[in-house]
Design a protein around this ligand. Structure first.
Ligand SMILES: C[S@@+](CC[C@H](N)C(=O)[O-])C[C@H]1O[C@@H](n2cnc3c(N)ncnc32)[C@H](O)[C@@H]1O
Length: 435
């Protein structure tokens, strides 16, 4: 069922949830670690509310599922479509543009591309760095990987190897051909192309840790890492971000137009600065994480064997991520959350345009018209400029809002209690640690 007929109603509902109370269906899934982030960040609450509303709309959710299935199917074809290849190339161009052209203009010499196929990132680097040479790692198509499609003219400068990056990380396979000085750029973009629910969570998260391990083993001093990371403040993501901030001189996140609605961001880390001992320490900790993930069979939200107990990278085991680390995660992802919100918002708007038009056509009321005919505000100023927007809440909505307000107010009024004890089980309603 589609609850909203206009984007104005959607905006009002998002604003209502973000300012006055996220639904219990969202809050109940958050861990005590995530709650303070949600309390502190309006853009995150807006994004979560928008995702929730998108899931509630049959049309939006169906189109999203169809796109997702089409994307996954397209990636599994014998040849990835030119549209996908160009999409990834455009994404890398955006990453480079948002990183002061650090990866073009002959600045890259030696790169390692984990999850390299079809090869769009590599092709961009090879085109824009005449002397660059690289090694690409990807699963073979027989093992479920994508077929590499880098132009054969680059084959002398780009060596693609079919291998599982997890096997390299765990020492079951060797990454040959590396240089003593390491790679000045490592890309960590290996991602499974099967639907997420068909793969155990330990394997999905393990792939991120495996790539980090290989990257930390082989990156040159002063080198860069580009890694695709979940853009949600899970405790393991916050831990990775905090470690990256310590190991590199600068870390920023890039949200690309390609796959804009997906819950990932490219995290660009420049100036690897960990000394020999620190590098070994990080590699050893990453290995512990992989061992943990290999050995747990508990559900992801299990308080003992789940994701909250993945060993720490940024600090010794059982040490909390400090407030600086939390702040770092907030500032890293805030723009990403806003951009993802915008992408979902315009997607919803397009779906509503079609919905309104279908209804009109069914009623014999003429041809397709722009959404403005039904009084929708344009997106100018971004969906975050709420002031001056006509907002009319239906009565039933108003009532539910008042009920929800009580809950979220409790959350937002007791941030201190939640933030400082966030790793312990905390009831957000009472703001008391649970024992
Ligand atoms: C999103 S695509 C990467 C796109 C690539 N960066 C490009 O520019 O074309 C994900 C890649 O990860 C690879 N992959 C998935 N699991 C892997 C694994 N365990 N080891 C190595 N590669 C893997 C897939 O074969 C695919 O090449």
């Amino acid at each position: 069922m589609n609850k909203f007929q206009t984007i104005v109603q959607v905006d009002a509902a998002v604003r209502d949830m973000a300012l006055h109370g996220l639904p219990e269906a969202i809050l109940s899934k958050l861990t005590p670690f995530e709650l303070p982030f949600v309390a502190d960040s309006l853009p995150l609450r807006q994004l979560m509310a928008m995702r929730y509303i998108c899931r509630q709309s049959e049309d939006v959710a169906r189109i999203y599922r169809e796109h997702d299935a089409m994307n996954r199917a397209a990636l599994q074809l014998e040849d990835v479509s030119p549209r996908h290849f160009q999409g990834y190339q455009h994404a890398f161009q955006q990453i480079n543009a948002m990183s002061d052209d650090a990866f073009g203009g002959d600045r890259v010499h030696r790169f390692l591309d984990l999850g390299c196929a079809p090869g769009a990132f590599a092709a961009w680097i090879l085109q824009n760095n005449a002397a660059a040479g690289g090694i690409g790692i990807t699963l073979s198509p027989d093992a479920g990987g994508i077929r590499p499609q880098v132009d054969p003219t680059f084959s002398e400068r780009f060596d693609v190897r079919f291998e599982d990056v997890v096997k390299i990380a765990t020492g079951q396979a060797v990454l040959g051909g590396t240089l003593a000085g390491g790679f000045d750029l490592v890309i960590a973009h290996a991602a499974t192309v099967l639907a997420g629910d068909r793969i155990p969570w330990t394997q999905i998260i393990g792939l991120t840790y495996a790539q980090l391990l290989v990257a930390f083993e082989h990156i040159a001093g002063g080198g860069s890492l580009i890694i695709s990371l979940r853009s949600h403040p899970f405790n393991w993501i916050a831990d990775i971000v905090w470690m990256l901030t310590q190991a590199f001189t600068s870390v920023h996140a890039v949200h690309t137009a390609w796959q804009a609605k997906r819950p990932f961001a490219y995290v660009v880390c420049q100036g690897f600065r960990a000394g020999v001992d620190q590098r070994s320490m990080y590699v050893a900790r990453l290995r512990e994480c992989l061992i943990y993930l290999e050995n747990t069979s508990a559900p992801i939200d299990d308080p003992f064997g789940g994701a909250v107990n993945i060993p720490r990278l940024s600090a010794a085991q059982h040490e909390d991520i400090p407030d600086d680390g939390r702040q770092c995660v907030l500032s890293l992802f805030t723009n990403v959350w806003q951009s993802k919100f915008n992408a979902l918002h315009s997607h919803y708007q397009k779906v509503l345009e079609n919905y309104v038009q279908d209804a009109k056509e069914a009623a014999g009321l003429g041809t397709r018209q722009p959404m403005n005919v039904v009084g929708v505000c344009s997106n100018e100023g971004g969906p975050f400029s709420w002031k001056g927007r006509p907002i009319a809440l239906p009565d039933s909505y108003q009532r539910r809002r008042e009920q929800k307000n009580a809950g979220i107010n409790a959350l937002f009024n007791c941030k201190d209690g939640v933030s400082s004890r966030a790793d312990r089980a905390v009831s957000w309603r009472r703001c008391q640690p649970e024992v």
